[in-house]
Design a protein around this ligand. Structure first.
Ligand code: ATP
Ligand code: MG
Ligand code: MG
Length: 568
């Protein structure tokens, strides 16, 4: 709740509301539709939409689409979808900087008339050269002192397509000696003979982001325009534009530290390269830190929002541990349905199965529901012990079952709590106590099968006269269903994302970032919905893959492991 969050931006908002500077705050989330949103954007979304929600204000979704070169409708649609999935709603319709192009043009004309802007016909190289360097003043353009009439004519010619790309720009007339490079006559408009995804062929000049952004904010009545720290140096120009055009109610820019998470690339450009170079299966590859990828991985919107709350909002850059993200995701999954899946199957033959289950009706505890049918003992269990409304599932128990290879060791390491010749008894989850009799090895000495018995009196009851430690999961061998289970690790073992060499991404990728194993899962898992999440007993949290899962071909993604040493 808002009373718990006490970052500097919320302090500013509280002051502004208390002093009645504003009766209602208006924020905006302004993505450029040139790629998919990533974890960094999640922070900006949670902040901007979160503020509106907490302080009964409004938050606009605005596409900052001033560069038609890299932008696309696909990205627009996907961004909308991702924002909604995160649980946020924008005020009214989505907005586009491009829908203000006419107004922005008129204001550029106004700036020319005021003597605050001029058309520069220098070559791009000369413009760059004459800008000077830090500590060294730039040189005024020979076009800087052209008359208002000349500039109006040239700007009109730019708009009419009389100049080719790079032949003319409109620049603000500020100060070529300013210590702030952003104030050295920044470019307002450039020529770009290129169709736009929203405005088609209407324009061949396009405004620069730094010009369009403050004015879009002003048009929309944005009160708090929040961006990342890199834009701190751009604020004087932001204020200059707003001041020169002139508004009764001026928007203000505030900067916060961008989100950096170790191992995680938060740069659209680099993520795009992974996709273009086919190093991942697409923008929604479950290893990608895009919202699309995290969704497919099984991350929850609640978990991502909780993560952003824990990271908080500050004015100094830092790096957040990836463990915190997994911590938040894991917490949000605590109450998902349970199921059993064996990822590394080892067959166990229960030699006394038929006799042991024959009298199940008389031996079992009242609370245990069973049905014996054709050599299969069906065990009815709740899908979710935290939530009765989820109903029950029937788990088949049969003469042959699979347990996980890791749950039996001939020579167990110290402290090993699972099955071994020295510790032959264990509880099968939801079922009987099992006792190993023999292990079968292949020529290499590897265990390939076990024989065992079950204690018929232990279905729902403690064994008599002894304590059995440990519980393991299992799946029926004859009625279990094959499934592909995808186990994920970090896409990059390199901790510092800045050190990931973008020109050598193939070599940077963790070869273990995706491992697919052939698992056997309980049959109820062939009747679930794509996108449904589970806790596979003792294995972790998993999701039925939203693209590849079907009842005929089961595919699950590991969302996150059950436990980690990470402490927030
Ligand atoms: P990228 O560098 O990945 O392309 P961007 O900032 O250029 O990111 P935009 O689409 O312009 O991408 O970003 C929309 C909003 O999201 C901006 O307000 C931007 O400041 C914010 N944002 C982007 N990355 C981060 C981040 N890592 N942490 C916090 N906010 C971010
Ligand atoms: Mg940007
Ligand atoms: Mg960018």
């Amino acid at each position: 709740t808002s009373s718990e969050k006490n970052d500097f931006i919320r302090a500013i908002v509280r002051d502004d509301l208390a002093s009645q500077k504003y009766s209602q705050i208006v924020t905006r989330f302004p993505p450029e539709p040139n790629g998919y949103l990533h974890l960094g954007h999640v922070k900006s979304i949670c902040l901007n939409f979160g503020l509106a929600k907490e302080f009964a204000g409004l938050c606009n979704l605005r596409f900052d689409d001033t560069n038609p070169d890299a932008e696309d409708q696909e990205f627009v649609d996907n961004i909308k979808d991702d924002v909604k999935w995160l649980g946020f709603y924008w005020a009214g319709e989505a907005r586009y900087a491009s829908s203000y192009f006419g107004q922005l043009y008129d204001w550029a004309v106004k700036l020319i008339k005021q003597g605050d802007a001029y058309v520069d016909l220098q070559s791009p190289e000369d413009i760059r050269e004459n800008r000077g360097n830090f500590g060294q003043a730039g040189k005024n353009s020979p076009y800087r002192d052209a008359s208002v009439e000349e500039n109006l004519q040239r700007f009109d010619d730019m708009k009419l397509g009389k100049y080719g790309n790079g032949e003319a720009v409109l620049r603000a007339k500020i100060d070529m000696a300013s210590p702030n490079m952003n104030m050295r006559d920044p470019i307002l408009y450039r020529v770009m003979h290129q169709a736009h995804h929203q405005t088609g062929d209407d324009w061949c000049i396009y405004p620069m982001y730094d010009y369009a952004h403050p004015l879009s904010d002003a048009i929309e009545g944005i009160t708090h325009s929040i961006c990342t720290l890199e834009f701190e140096d751009h604020r004087p120009f932001y204020d200059w534009v707003v001041d020169k055009v002139g508004f009764d109610k001026e928007p203000h820019q505030y900067e916060f530290a961008r989100l950096n998470v170790n191992h995680i690339l938060t740069s659209k450009r680099k993520l795009k390269k992974l996709v273009e170079d086919d190093l991942v299966s697409g923008w929604d590859d479950p290893r990608m830190p895009t919202i699309a990828g995290m969704r497919r991985r099984g991350y929850t919107p609640e978990g991502l929002r909780d993560f952003c709350d824990r990271v908080g909002v500050s004015k100094s850059d830092g790096v957040v541990d990836f463990g915190l993200l997994e911590f938040s995701i894991r917490n949000s999954l605590e109450h998902v349905n349970r199921a059993m899946a064996v990822l590394s199957p080892l067959k166990v033959t229960i030699t006394n199965f038929d006799e042991a289950v024959a009298n199940v009706e008389t031996l079992k505890k009242d609370s245990v529901k069973t049905k014996l049918d054709n050599g299969v003992l069906w065990l009815t269990q709740p899908k979710n012990s935290h939530d009765d409304s989820q109903g029950t599932r029937d788990i088949p128990f049969t003469k042959e079952i699979y347990i996980d290879k890791g749950d039996f060791e001939i020579t167990p390491p110290e402290g090993y709590k699972r099955l071994s010749p020295q510790n032959p008894e264990i509880r099968l989850r939801n079922s009987y106590v099992l006792k190993i009799e023999e292990h079968i090895t292949d020529d290499n000495g590897e265990v390939v099968g076990l024989t065992a018995t079950i204690d018929p009196k232990t279905l729902g009851n403690n064994p008599e006269g002894r304590k059995v430690k440990g519980v393991i999961h299992w799946v029926s061998a004859s009625l279990g269903v094959p499934a592909k289970v995808r186990l994920y690790e970090q896409l990059f073992t390199q901790e510092d994302p800045a050190k990931i060499d973008i020109n050598n991404l193939a070599a940077e990728i963790n070869p273990n970032s995706l491992r697919e194993v052939d698992a056997i899962v309980e049959p109820s898992l062939s009747r679930v919905n794509a996108g449904e999440r589970f806790q596979f007993e003792r294995e972790g949290f998993f999701v039925a893959d939203s693209k590849d899962y079907s009842p005929e071909y089961l595919v699950f993604n590991r969302i996150v492991t059950l436990k980690d040493s990470f402490k927030p």
